[in-house]
Design a protein around this ligand. Structure first.
Ligand SMILES: Nc1nc2c(ncn2[C@@H]2O[C@H](COP(=O)(O)OP(=O)(O)O)[C@@H](O)[C@H]2O)c(=O)[nH]1
Ligand SMILES: [Mg+2]
Length: 262
């Protein structure tokens, strides 16, 4: 494809330069631990207009990497240096070549076709787009009541301390422009606190944020790697740590429509 046309758009972030470029390249980052049986339900459904898919594997022993290569010969595979979903995503972001980065779980719970909406919101001016299972139009089938309660409680803490009006906190389906990556400071993330950390950093940086409704289905095969209480505790510690380091709570607004997300 040759992209002769140039387009420019402004972001709401103070000091943000205009993004003028040819059609942006888009990378999808897929973290995996033993998802061989689920990948056939995920990789073939990634839209054809995605430029690259990066699979970050955490010591799978079920043939995940071989299955991925068979399904998608052009896939880029990284074996993560240290364990944990946060470390995996950080490694994937570092390896990605895209102007837009999208995170997609490999368990079949997220619908790859929804990423068109994420990209649309980014092109419409958002810096950071998060999927939300709790906006009108969103849903989850993969969250026990106690996890739902924990997510809600932690979300209230984030709203109180950091402002914004997020409706979901710990969800793995998100997208952002690569140029905001330094604001998200993901290098320090290790485990399932990664999304919370990115969401808070995005607020702290005053990014233009949009939430889009997303439907989370049941993981198809296997069980979640998340351990509700230890991982919930990690998320709580992350909120406290980032809250203590923030001099005063900022109150940028967050809308569910890109035009309102400023
Ligand atoms: N590379 C890597 N991927 C992980 C790790 N932990 C979880 N994942 C992947 O992250 C995604 C979400 O994890 P999952 O176990 O479904 O957690 P849940 O969705 O919160 O219940 C899945 O694709 C997992 O395979 C890890 O330590 N390393
Ligand atoms: Mg899952």
């Amino acid at each position: 494809m040759s992209h002769q046309s140039q387009f420019t758009f402004k972001t709401a972030r103070s000091g943000a330069s205009n993004r003028a470029m040819s059609v942006p390249r888009i990378s999808v980052i897929v973290p995996t631990v033993n998802e061989a049986k689920n990948l056939p339900h995920v990789l073939p459904r990634i839209p054809g207009w995605i430029d690259e898919v990066i699979l970050v594997d955490g010591n799978s022993n079920d043939g995940t990497i071989a299955v991925a290569r068979e399904l998608m010969p052009q896939i880029i595979v990284i074996e993560q240096p240290r364990l944990g979903k946060g470390a995996a995503l950080a490694a994937g972001f570092a390896a990605a070549n895209g102007d837009i980065l999208i995170t997609l779980d490999a368990d079949g719970s997220a619908d790859p076709e929804e990423m068109a909406g994420f990209v649309g919101a980014l092109l419409a001016g958002a810096d950071f787009v998060k999927g939300s299972r709790f906006l009108q139009g969103g849903d989850t089938r993969d969250m026990e009541w106690y996890r739902r309660l924990g997510n809600w409680g932690l979300l209230q803490l984030v709203r109180l301390r950091f402002g914004g009006r997020y409706s979901d906190l710990c969800y793995g389906y998100n997208a952002f422009w690569r140029d905001v990556l330094p604001h998200l400071r993901v290098e320090s993330a290790t485990g399932f606190e990664i999304e919370t950390q990115m969401n808070i950093r995005a607020l702290q940086a005053g990014l233009s944020i949009a939430e889009l409704p997303s439907r989370e289905r049941l993981r198809i095969h296997g069980v979640s790697n998340l351990r509700t209480f230890p991982d919930g505790w990690r998320v709580l510690k992350t909120i406290v740590r980032l809250g203590l380091n923030q001099p005063g709570a900022t109150r940028p607004t967050v809308g569910n429509h890109p035009q309102q997300a400023r």
